[in-house]
Design a binder for this molecule. Sequence first.
Ligand code: SF4
Ligand code: SF4
Length: 183
Amino acid sequence: MLVYLYLQLIHVLVVPKDKILFNKIWKQQIQKGVDMAILQFATQALKNLFLPPVTTSYPASEIQYPEGSRGHVEIDIDNCISCGMCVRSCPSNALAVDRANATWSIDRFDCVACGFCVDKCPKKCLKMVVGYQTPEFEKSVATYKKSEEQLKKEAEAKAAAAAKAAEIAKQKAEAAAKAKAEE
Ligand code: SF4
Ligand code: SF4
């Protein structure tokens, strides 16, 4: 439509009357195209009157995320072993792991939802969850810390492993001493 009007304007302003470029057939073809477009538009407008709206009245109704939407990264922190594989795989440096404090942090403003960290995690404790984060006024880093219960479990397991290793070392030393005494 705009192209047609533009050509008409040039035609009126520039083209001398004795040298008409847009002959009758040209005009008819353009008019035909415009008529078709109007017809298509009118048909679609009429159809839309009987179709449900394509928009959602959020937040009154539940939001429907489109298929293939990546969402955001979530962590099952108690399963994390602080290996740092996710941190090394993140292309936007959005992640940080603090092994000493048993925390895992993500800057959601830097995250591009590529999912690399999810693929790399050896413990499968990361996943992409559909849905977006609540908007915030300031940039912030979300930090997740292991539960006290999990920390206690890990400390007990560590102590048990250390005790077992000490017992094995003791048995080896005793066996070596016995062998030496028998020589
Ligand atoms: S989804 Fe991609 S950008 Fe976001 S934290 Fe994981 S690796 Fe980094
Ligand atoms: S890759 Fe998985 S287990 Fe390793 S630090 Fe990241 S979240 Fe934790």
